[in-house]
Design a protein around this ligand. Structure first.
Ligand code: PEP
Ligand code: MG
Length: 564
């Protein structure tokens, strides 16, 4: 009786976060216990023992993650399989291993060494100014935490009844080990929309919110009845019956429209005029490619290759890039094209090991393709060349469709330079082929569609001559808007000016379409404008028939365009 009164009298409270995955859940809260890091109960007194124990645990963690990946692949869950396979690779990453060795050499126990190395690597990821890559911090922490549990013998903590999980962050492999029926929803105090645990929650239809302000993660909320509204990013504590019913009804409607949109995935996107529009995806990893295919993307219109450059201390080798591109081709299959954008470093994307000098105005500086041509640095040119040769090698091996495009091109001389660079890459591959490398021989002559991004006003106004001899141009409306409106794209104070539908931007879009027709090249859009119903309609009205966007919005854009 007394307990009933307490529940009745408890005050409702709403905590607000960022939407991770839509949907509604209602149930008690369960707090994920905070993983213990350094534990005095498991000392490895001698240095060599600490090091050996830590490395053995890391190897075992890798084997467990590989098994988890294989299990998911066997169950047809490619997305989860990709995620756990990439975590298994993290467990074998020389940088992490060196950090563990260094921590052990500094006198730490095996458990401490793993914990500190994991935190050190996580901090490096978290500092990357790219949301997706920064979110990899949770992955490496998860890998180190798994190795720690192997040493301490701790098991994955589990709720005893179906609950809404509350935590600072959710390690993806722990999330995967909690039975689906026990996980009603997820509310994280930290986390990120692009964290793997959140991506997996979205795929599994588990409502989830991240960056929840004021969320207690010390266990004090355990057992509190709660309603999680994924669509608005709100966690209601001790909600009343009216709130619960309203949220349930709204979630039902949202689910109905999601199901209706998903039902259109097999249908071609055809306008009222009968013309076909191609919907492609913007991706930054192999698991994005899996998501893209799942929502019916017809290919990849933008692969942000920076993901291969940002999370390391030295440039990737050609072989590493081939492996990464092959994983993406494997997800896409032979029919869907992959548009590989050459490194778009500079601006707000920094890569410390490339030692690019500090500039007063980096968005107006030596960024994108300018690094290959204007920087005068052979190492940077070689990096761009290695991206092209890796693309050709991967595409030739997979017999897949490859497109390559250069970012931040302003004048014809840069296009001529790009054509020359591709010719040099082909000549080098042919030479390797002549020396007996059969893969290089096949890559040397493999088909490649070449293009440039149009995101600088000077390029937009001169597409007719700039793009001659290319196969396509792809409009980057994010940068184009920033440069046309003279409004820094990362400055929130200028948000009203960062409008790709502003008349000044639309005038340039028209000029690009006309220029592309004159040059006889295809034109597509891979900037954010393509990813909204309003933007997609505007672009198709201008005659653009290829739109590339985040896989998460493809369903919505398809529905808006069909019959429009
Ligand atoms: C763009 O500028 O529109 C674009 C797609 O490239 P990014 O956002 O990566 O600069
Ligand atoms: Mg851009």
């Amino acid at each position: 009786m007394a307990g009933g009164i307490i529940i009745f009298m408890s005050t409702s409270r709403a905590l607000h976060g960022v939407i991770g995955a839509g949907g509604f859940a209602h149930g008690p809260i369960w707090t994920l216990p905070i993983a213990g890091g350094a534990s005095a109960e498991h000392p490895s007194p001698r240095l060599d023992t600490a090091q050996a124990d830590a490395l053995a645990a890391l190897a075992q963690a890798r084997a467990q993650l590989e098994a988890l990946a294989a299990g998911r692949r066997g169950a047809g869950d490619e997305l989860a399989a990709e995620i756990f396979a990439s975590q298994a690779l993290m467990a074998a990453d020389p940088t992490l291993i060196a950090a563990v060795q260094g921590a052990a050499e500094a006198g730490r126990t095996a458990v401490e060494a793993l914990y500190f190395a994991g935190e050190e690597q996580a901090a490096i990821f978290a500092a990357i100014p790219d949301e997706y890559l920064a979110a990899r911090a949770a992955d490496v922490r998860d890998v180190a935490g798994r190795a720690v549990r192997i040493i301490t013998g701790a098991t994955t903590p589990l709720p005893t009844a179906p609950s809404i999980l509350v935590a600072d962050d959710l390690p993806p492999s722990i999330g995967a080990e909690i039975p689906r029926e026990l996980l009603l929803g997820i509310a994280l105090r930290g986390g990120s929309r692009t964290a793997h645990a959140v991506i997996l929650a979205r795929a599994a239809g588990i409502p989830c919110i991240v960056a929840t302000a004021g969320l207690a993660i010390d266990g004090s909320l355990d057992g509190t009845p709660a309603a999680l509204d994924g669509a608005s990013g709100t966690l209601h504590l001790s909600p009343n019956a009216t709130t619960i019913e309203r949220l349930r009804a709204e979630a039902g409607e949202a689910q109905a429209s999601a199901t209706r949109r998903a039902g259109l995935r097999g249908a071609p996107c055809v306008l009222k005029s009968g013309e076909r529009v191609h919907l492609l995806a913007n991706i930054g990893s192999a698991d994005d490619a899996v998501r893209a295919v799942a929502v019916g993307a017809e290919g990849v219109g933008l692969l942000r290759t920076e993901f291969l450059l940002l999370e390391r201390s030295t440039p990737p080798s050609e072989a590493e890039q081939v492996t990464a591109f092959r994983a993406i081709f494997a997800a896409l299959g032979a029919e869907r094209p992959l548009t590989l954008r050459l490194a778009d470093i500079g601006g707000d994307k920094e890569v410390p090991y490339l030692r690019i000098p500090h500039e007063a105005n980096p968005f107006l500086g030596v960024r994108g393709y300018r690094l290959a041509m204007l920087s005068g640095r052979a190492d940077l040119r070689a990096l761009f060349a290695s991206q092209i040769s890796a693309g050709l090698l991967a595409a030739a091996a997979a017999k897949a469709r490859l497109r390559v495009m250069a970012p931040m091109v302003a004048v014809r001389a840069e296009v001529d330079d790009l054509l020359a660079l591709v010719a040099t890459v082909r000549a080098d591959l042919a030479q390797r082929g002549a020396a007996g490398d059969a893969a290089a021989a096949a890559a040397a002559t493999y088909a490649l569609h070449l293009g440039v991004m149009i995101e600088v006003p000077a390029a937009a106004l001169t597409v007719a001559t700039l793009a001659r001899g290319l196969d396509f141009v792809s409009i980057g409306t994010n940068d184009l808007t920033q440069y046309v409106m003279a409004a820094d794209r990362v400055n929130p104070a200028l948000a009203p000016l960062q409008d790709a539908t502003a008349p000044g931007v639309v005038a340039l879009l028209k000029a690009i379409v006309a220029g592309a027709a004159e040059a006889g090249v295809e034109v597509g859009v891979c900037g954010e404008l393509a990813g909204s119903a309003v933007g997609a309609k505007l672009l198709t009205d201008l005659g653009i028939r290829e739109l590339s966007m985040d896989p998460a919005v493809i369903d919505e854009v398809r529905e808006a365009l069909i019959g429009a």
